[in-house]
Design a protein around this ligand. Structure first.
Ligand code: GLU
Length: 485
């Protein structure tokens, strides 16, 4: 197990190491992406490392496939971790369930120093305490009963209950800390909370202990996380103190909410990255919109690319206000990035008309299709401009739709190679397209035409996004691409 010195995260001259630490209890959504992105940008800005740590200590809440999805989607979004469960790294393992020995060691040290104690209270007793508090309209809290057990009592109880839970003694004044976003903070946890369980009887830690132990051993220099954890930070600092470790710096990020201020996950069904990836949104557009609605930059500006985000980001400009996300604007952000691929430079409308094909094909070419150039040289202008509306506005463009063009392009280029002067009339083209769809099992000719239109023009004439996205999503582009690559 790779271990690092505490000084790595605390020495002002030491490397910046930040982490994104989601629980794999759900797939990656926009809120998570935002936290990951700010960590990524901060790391890259300071030539540091961005770590993905999966906090899977609550085994009852794990969602199958969530761990893979989180890592896949970070890669898709273009913000891959430098160290992670999949990539490995010097401070691994990066899955908390594989680090139980470290938590046990820390709990042991806390028991030894008297900062923690074993708790033998039964689940029934704890439940009763909770019910009583609720009946009296009080916030449930543990009454710290096992804190006062004598050594002899502990020894006696251990004989019948050898694996008690371990609780951390919340005592004394909570340390104040200067959050890099929220400023000076202190939460008097001891006066409002009972002593928290840090290690459960099954040997798994709870979040607070695991987070502190891992941030220490992974040499985390800055903790950038959601503002919902601000109130827990004093508790974490007490743990650092009790363990004799120096704490990292903290920067809590304000929440990402819907435009109307409601919680993102409650009202918005489609906030998962998978959904955006499958419906033709470019990752750049997502990164742009979630940074645009938040803070951290001198000005709001549409169309910033990731390298620009890195250069322009300034943590001291992150404010405490929640970021309000207007997802209705996402197609506009997306079009901006598609246009960047298709029209690298803005031209006058006439120039643009004649440049559409060239730029578009260049864009396609950059996706790695070697057949594009011959295609462009003969037919493209006539074909695209006469048959399809220019790709200027319209619904989000599905990059995978390009895959369907490949068999066509392949055919066109082989025709081209037959010799100069090949004349592609509309009739010939229609016939060839028909042949193309006949060769694609289970796909109707009309759908092939729709897909081609979307692929080439970014628009489906006469009908909206809703009607073609399901078709796009059902089609196995991967198979076509594999065949043609
Ligand atoms: N596992 C916690 C979460 O999913 C991480 C909080 C933190 O970054 O410390 O929110």
């Amino acid at each position: 197990m790779g271990r690092r010195e505490a000084s790595l995260g605390t020495d002002p001259g030491a490397a910046v190491r930040v982490r994104f630490a989601p629980s794999p209890t759900g797939f990656l959504h926009l809120g998570g992406l935002r936290t990951a992105l700010y960590n990524y940008i901060f790391a890259k800005k300071h030539q540091g490392s961005f770590i993905l740590r999966l906090e899977d200590t609550d085994q009852t809440r794990l969602v199958p496939g969530a761990a893979e999805n989180i890592e896949d989607m970070l890669e898709w979004a273009g913000v891959p971790p430098d160290e992670s469960p999949r990539r490995g790294g010097p401070a691994g393992p990066y899955l908390q369930s594989q680090r139980l020995a470290l938590y046990a060691q820390a709990a042991e040290a806390l028991l030894k120093s008297g900062a923690a104690y074993p708790c033998f209270c039964s689940p029934q007793r704890l439940e009763l305490l909770k019910k009583e508090a609720l009946r009296n309209r009080q916030t449930p809290r543990y009454d710290n009963r096992c804190r006062s057990l004598s050594q002899a009592q502990v020894a006696q109880k251990l004989a019948t209950d050898p694996k008690p839970a371990i609780r951390f003694r919340l005592e004394g004044e909570a340390p104040a800390f200067q959050d890099l976003v929220y400023g000076w903070n202190r939460h008097e946890v001891a006066s409002v909370e009972g002593d928290p369980v840090i290690l459960k009887s099954d040997g798994f830690p709870t979040y607070h202990l695991a987070s502190v132990v891992d941030d220490h051993h992974m040499g985390i220099s800055h903790v950038l996380r959601g503002s919902e954890w601000l109130v827990s930070t004093s508790k974490h600092l007490l743990l650092y103190q009790a363990l004799g470790w120096q704490a990292p710096q903290f920067a809590h990020l304000p929440l990402l909410l819907n435009r109307d201020g409601s919680k993102l996950s409650k009202r918005q069904g489609d906030i998962f990255l998978e959904h955006f990836a499958a419906t033709g949104f470019l990752p750049d557009a997502l990164l742009d919109i979630i940074t645009n609605c938040g803070s951290g930059f001198a000005e709001n500006q549409m169309g910033r690319t990731l390298p620009e985000l890195i250069t322009q980001f300034d943590l001291s400009r992150v404010t405490c206000h929640s970021a309000l996300l207007d997802l209705e604007k996402l197609p506009e952000f997306n079009r901006g990035f598609i246009a960047k691929i298709v029209f690298p430079r803005t031209q006058s409308p006439t120039e643009r008309q004649s440049q559409i094909a060239v730029s578009f094909v260049k864009g396609l070419h950059s996706q790695g299709n070697v057949y594009i150039t011959p295609f462009l040289q003969t037919f493209y202008l006539k074909f695209v401009i006469s048959s399809f509306r220019p790709l200027e506005c319209g619904p989000p463009f599905h990059p995978l739709a390009i895959g369907l063009c490949w068999p066509l392009i392949d055919w066109l280029s082989s025709r081209l190679l037959e010799g100069p002067g090949t004349n592609l009339t509309q009739d010939v083209l229609n016939r060839e397209l028909k042949k193309l769809s006949d060769g694609l099992e289970g796909i109707k000719h009309s759908n092939v035409m729709k897909l081609l239109r979307v692929a080439l023009s970014g628009q489906q004439l006469g009908s909206g996004l809703d009607s073609w996205t399901p078709v796009l999503n059902q089609f196995d582009f991967g198979a076509v691409i594999d065949k043609q690559a």
